[in-house]
Design a protein around this ligand. Structure first.
Ligand SMILES: Cc1cc2nc3c(=O)[nH]c(=O)nc-3n(C[C@H](O)[C@H](O)[C@H](O)COP(=O)(O)OP(=O)(O)OC[C@H]3O[C@@H](n4cnc5c(N)ncnc54)[C@H](O)[C@@H]3O)c2cc1C
Length: 472
């Protein structure tokens, strides 16, 4: 068995792992960043293409939770994690959310004032920006609709760079373009295709991990401290597989999303615009409305079960766009490692309130797109007739276990919440309780759903905890 040695091992290279590794390496530590996925350039595959799903998504995106409604979810699996495949929309969370987390979960040294400098650093380093060349036609329709209804909406900043050499549509500021080059420049070693399978303990110290390089080579990594940054699903899975189960993976949360496709009389869709960047914030944090990427395969997917003749709709694909409603879910789920298979079993229950918010999201989205000029909304429900105007929106009044097909999520968190409550497996600074040298720094730490796109919050908390570790 090959043995690798380092002072500090960071497992997982998504936003949390990349920030952690860069700051530790820049402080002069000997850091190894282990990533189970491949090391690919950010433009190795076209955005939202089959090639991208094949190379950068875990299991090609075919992952689901089980429960009353099965929720399809997506995880990135490559150097840079989900930052390589995401829309890069950036928000600070609401101050009240941060204060509530500090209060309810008894998190020391945590709140909007403590996180403010961390958000500022991220915004400067990652160059969050707005689009300099106007908005996509679908975003403009959302704008027209929200203006007519008197709802607040606006362009969301993104981790995106628009400089001359990046062409008209700019470049995603994913981790492979930002924090990972910084980590490497400071001496961090990046090992791709290295999947950590088990933590090995002597008393309360984790002394090594067992890992698999590629498909077959067994590797042992030894270190002084370990930082788990595998994301909200994989970190609890790894801990549970290593025998650490107390309160681990018991409180998964996510933002359930539901989508509709709508047809207009004129052209609203041009995939060259990428992800439309306008959101309606009137109902945040409970409910966020926005437009989705609307390539032909995506429209076909979101036309749903009800449309028999998809081909004729797709002939005029550039008059159709996809819109989403994302809900700040209050349901919770559990993550359990299974013997002999890598993927865990996730049970997740939407609550009555979640179903109610999904129904409200569909109704409001319907109002919005009709106000923006849509002529037809294709029902996402099996057997549902298409909607021709606001008077038909009653069809969306009830969403329940049976009707809620096509619920998805790309935002998962809270599977190892931080804080001083007994039910928090991780302390206020990310140290796994009962251990001396195991730290969790990723999306698992967020106590509940943030109600906004989470990457910025995850990076700010990883930064705070790393600075605390470094004694800064
Ligand atoms: C399609 C999509 C769109 C999104 N859009 C947005 C958006 O616009 N704005 C926003 O704020 N958020 C967005 N998100 C969510 C955001 O990307 C995630 O919340 C964020 O990336 C989570 O960061 P993380 O570091 O916790 O984990 P991840 O990004 O999931 O990174 C974890 C990494 O760890 C690796 N890993 C896991 N297990 C192991 C192991 N055992 N050994 C070694 N490596 C391992 C994985 O391969 C992965 O690369 C989106 C997510 C997706 C999937």
């Amino acid at each position: 068995m090959r043995t690798l040695e380092c002072e500090l091992l960071v497992v997982g290279s998504g936003p949390s792992g990349a920030v952690t590794a860069a700051l530790l390496a820049e402080a002069g530590h000997d850091v190894l960043l282990a990533e189970e996925g491949p090391d690919l350039s950010s433009d190795s595959a076209e955005n939202y293409s089959y090639a991208e799903m094949d190379t950068k998504y875990r299991h090609g995106g075919l992952t689901t939770t089980f429960g009353g409604t099965n929720i399809t979810y997506i995880e990135g699996r490559c150097v840079g994690g989900a930052s390589e495949i995401n829309a890069a929309l950036y928000h600070r969370p609401h101050d009240e959310t941060l204060e509530k987390w500090a209060r309810d979960y008894r998190i020391d040294g945590f709140g909007s004032a403590e996180l403010e400098p961390r958000f500022s650093s991220i915004e400067q380093e990652m160059k969050t920006s707005r689009r300099p060349h106007g908005l996509s036609p679908a975003s403009n329709r959302l704008h027209e609709g929200s203006d007519k209804l008197g709802w607040k909406s606006g362009e969301i900043e993104r981790f995106w760079r628009y400089e001359k050499e990046d062409g008209r549509w700019g470049r995603r500021q994913s981790m492979s373009n930002t924090m990972i080059p910084r980590a490497r420049a400071a001496g961090c070693r990046v090992e791709a295709h290295l999947r950590v399978r088990k933590l090995i303990f002597e008393g309360d110290r984790c002394v090594a991990v067992q890992a698999l390089s590629g498909k077959t080579e067994l590797v042992r990594v030894v270190f002084k401290e370990i930082f788990l940054c595998c994301g909200a699903v994989q970190t609890p899975t790894l801990l549970r597989r290593s025998g650490i189960t107390k309160h681990v993976g018991d409180s998964l949360r996510l933002h359930p999303m539901i989508r509709i496709a709508a047809r207009f009389d004129d052209v609203v869709n041009d995939p060259d615009w990428g992800v439309p960047v306008r959101q309606v914030s009137e109902f945040k944090p409970d409910l966020t409305l926005g437009c989705s990427h609307s390539s032909i395969p995506h429209i076909a997917l979101w036309l749903g079960q009800a449309v028999q003749d998809k081909r004729s709709v797709l002939e005029e694909w550039n008059k159709v766009a996809v819109f989403y409603a994302a809900v700040c879910g209050e349901g919770t789920g559990t993550i359990r490692a299974l013997p002999f298979v890598d993927q865990p079993f996730i049970r997740y229950q939407l609550t009555k309130k979640d179903y109610g918010l999904l129904a409200a999201g569909l109704m409001r989205m319907g109002e919005l797109v009709f106000a923006g000029g849509a002529k037809e909304i294709f029902s996402p429900f099996e057997g549902g007739a298409s909607l021709k105007g606001p008077g038909d929106l009653k069809a969306f009044e009830n969403v329940d276990k049976k009707s809620a097909v096509n619920v998805t999520t790309i935002h998962l968190f809270s599977s190892c919440p931080m804080g001083e409550l007994d039910t928090c497996p991780v302390d206020s600074w990310g140290r796994l309780k009962g251990t001396q040298n195991v730290h969790v720094h990723d999306a698992s730490l967020l106590p509940t759903s943030p109600g906004v796109n989470p990457q910025g919050t995850i990076m700010a908390i990883a930064r705070r905890n790393t600075e605390h570790f470094l004694g800064a």
